[in-house]
Design a protein around this ligand. Sequence first.
Ligand code: CA
Length: 229
Amino acid sequence: MNILIVEDDARIVSFLVKGLKAEGYATMIVRDGAEAIEMPASLLEDLDLVLLDLGLPGTDGREVLRVLRARRPALPVIILTARDDVREKVWGLDSGAADYVTKPFHFEELLARIRAALRAQDQRASSELVVGDLRLDLTTKTAWRAGRRIDLAPREWALLEFMMRNPNQVLSRVQILSHVWDFDFDPGSNVVDVYVGYLRRKLNAEGLPSLIQAVRGAGYRLLSPEPVP
Ligand code: CA
């Protein structure tokens, strides 16, 4: 389990790192908001939870929460705040924070809240499909690639979901038609090729490598990259 600590107070950071390490968590530390917001997608993808101080120099913790929620909506964020203010807490929870802890806190309580947030996340994970840097949130019907949101039309969504449920398998046009279009279309139709084209264009924006491979005479395959060592 990988926990990102976004906190500028060195004393609190060292206390958290020591305590979390003793509990078997790996930690990553960021001391200002801008660094948290600009975190590379590859690092962000590796995180399981964030402890976020609201009072940060430069970029405020609120802005960090907003950006983290946009880049990885399912990542649980626990707010650490000295502001024992009901409005702050309501704002944090309404903004998608998993929980909050008011400083000074007891470490045992923080650990219990971390465990609770991770358990809740486990339950939500079943409503998420992930293949390589692609992520579908099946509850909110949102799609992401490399941390960037992709807007999909309903058929594009259905096509991508079907392919992500069957990664690395060659799917014939007839299979795709029957799952995505419920046989509404004549099997001779080129609608599959047209929609694969739409989907590719959206997935490959920003110059990312192509994930959907055409297999001549057979159909299409969604490539699942090997996990990066
Ligand atoms: Ca602070």
